[in-house]
Design a protein around this ligand. Structure first.
Ligand SMILES: NC(=O)C1=CN([C@@H]2O[C@H](COP(=O)(O)OP(=O)(O)OC[C@H]3O[C@@H](n4cnc5c(N)ncnc54)[C@H](OP(=O)(O)O)[C@@H]3O)[C@@H](O)[C@H]2O)C=CC1
Ligand SMILES: O=CCCC(=O)O
Length: 352
């Protein structure tokens, strides 16, 4: 089953909302206040508008949210939940990354298990399959704090087998599981414009739709666990290959005496125009790679996508070649730069 909803298509009566100046007090909200139909669009355009998470029924609308993993993506996503008035408890391996959110009202627990035990729904945004596994299923992992009635939503980009393992461990506790990797990078995370690619328990998907709509602009429900991970890996495999092809073009243009900035401009006006080229191109031309999506994560996604292709004997020679370039870039110390730094791998002189 595939279900796609753009933001605002499914607003629920569980929300209480208010247009308010900064001094507005949540306690003055009426439980019966109904959002206007244009609420979601309005929320994007007005800094005075807040959406408050309210608890009309503990069963129907869990209000205690956990957030595990406060990196480039997790921090702004959790922040958007806090700004919307949700009751958020955070945890991060490096505790200092919790502090700005605690200052803004988040609660803190010292382990994933304690977050899960104290929350109705726990979101996780971890680096890779290994960290997603250890945070969900390791010692003091979230599964230790889960039980019937709770939900675990893993937003990390992992492979299907990892997601299925986590699903199994969470389900053993009686809790529900949803995988929900996202398309969109640092800025869309800050702006609440992510695209959720979900799969797993449909009843949990329905419960968390409210929160996904705070953090994102659209959501897809793709059926069984593994389908969300596969969708994410296919999309990122294409993106990773596009970026290497773009990098080759920029360098070739320079070698033959063209201005690569003009190449970026030409591309932006034609059929292969893409926001990614327009966004990253100008800084790539200046050999600058401010990190939005770390190169090490793009290489991880290429590796996982190639594994997915291998599992069904699908030929992916372009992605395989692109992956080699990301590996070269990593070996040159570019792991924590933006993935557009892969262009540096093409500047490296090959030995005879
Ligand atoms: N950045 C982007 O544009 C996008 C990223 N993604 C995906 O989202 C996920 C997070 O990405 P992003 O926020 O950029 O990554 P970051 O590297 O900024 O953050 C990674 C997070 O994982 C935690 N972590 C890493 N290893 C461990 C471990 N062994 N145990 C516990 N926690 C660990 C880090 O904790 P600590 O702070 O202690 O290091 C941090 O909270 C990745 O799967 C990525 O592929 C998806 C869409 C876009
Ligand atoms: O996983 C990272 C995706 C980045 C993006 O969609 O812009």
């Amino acid at each position: 089953m595939v279900l796609s909803l753009a933001r605002g298509a499914n607003y629920s009566h569980h929300w209480t909302t208010a247009m308010a100046a900064a001094s507005f007090s949540p306690s003055s909200l009426s439980q019966n206040f109904k959002p206007p139909p244009s609420i979601s669009r309005f929320r994007q355009t007005s800094s005075n508008f807040r959406v408050f998470c309210s608890q009309t029924s503990a069963d129907e609308n869990p209000a205690r949210l956990g957030f595990l993993g406060l990196g480039i993506m997790g921090s702004p996503m959790a922040l958007n939940l806090i700004k919307a008035g949700c009751d958020v408890t955070v945890w991060n391996r490096t505790k200092s990354k919790c502090d700005p959110l605690i200052d803004l009202g988040a609660k803190y627990k010292p382990s994933p298990a304690e977050v899960a035990a104290s929350c109705d729904i726990t979101f996780a945004m971890l680096a890779d399959p290994e960290s997603a596994m250890v945070v969900a299923c390791g010692d003091d992992g979230a599964a230790s704090g889960m039980s019937a009635g709770k939900g675990y939503v893993d937003i990390s980009t992992v492979d299907g087998p990892t997601s299925k393992l986590i699903n199994g461990q969470i389900k053993e506790t009686g809790a529900l599981f949803l995988e929900a990797p996202v398309s969109g990078s640092k800025k869309p995370a800050e702006d609440g414009q992510l695209i959720f690619l979900t799969a797993g328990d449909k009843s949990l998907y329905d419960k968390v739709a409210l929160y996904l709509d705070i953090m994102g602009k659209s959501r897809f429900y793709l059926g069984d666990v593994g389908n969300g991970a596969a969708m994410k890996l296919v999309v990122n495999m294409i993106m990773g290959s596009m970026m290497t092809s773009f990098a080759e073009g920029l360098l070739l243009s320079e070698k033959v005496g063209l201005d690569p900035s003009v190449v970026v401009e030409v591309i932006s006006q034609g059929a292969i125009s893409a926001p990614m080229f327009s966004l990253k191109g100008p800084s790539m031309v200046q050999s600058k790679y401010p990190t939005a999506f770390p190169l090490k994560h793009q290489q991880k996604d290429m590796r996982l996508a190639l594994g997915l292709a291998e599992s069904v004997s699908q030929s992916t020679p372009i992605a395989a070649a692109a992956n080699e370039l990301y590996k070269v870039a990593k070996s040159h110390g570019l792991s924590d730069h933006d993935f557009s730094a892969v262009i540096e791998a093409l500047k490296v002189k090959l030995k005879d």
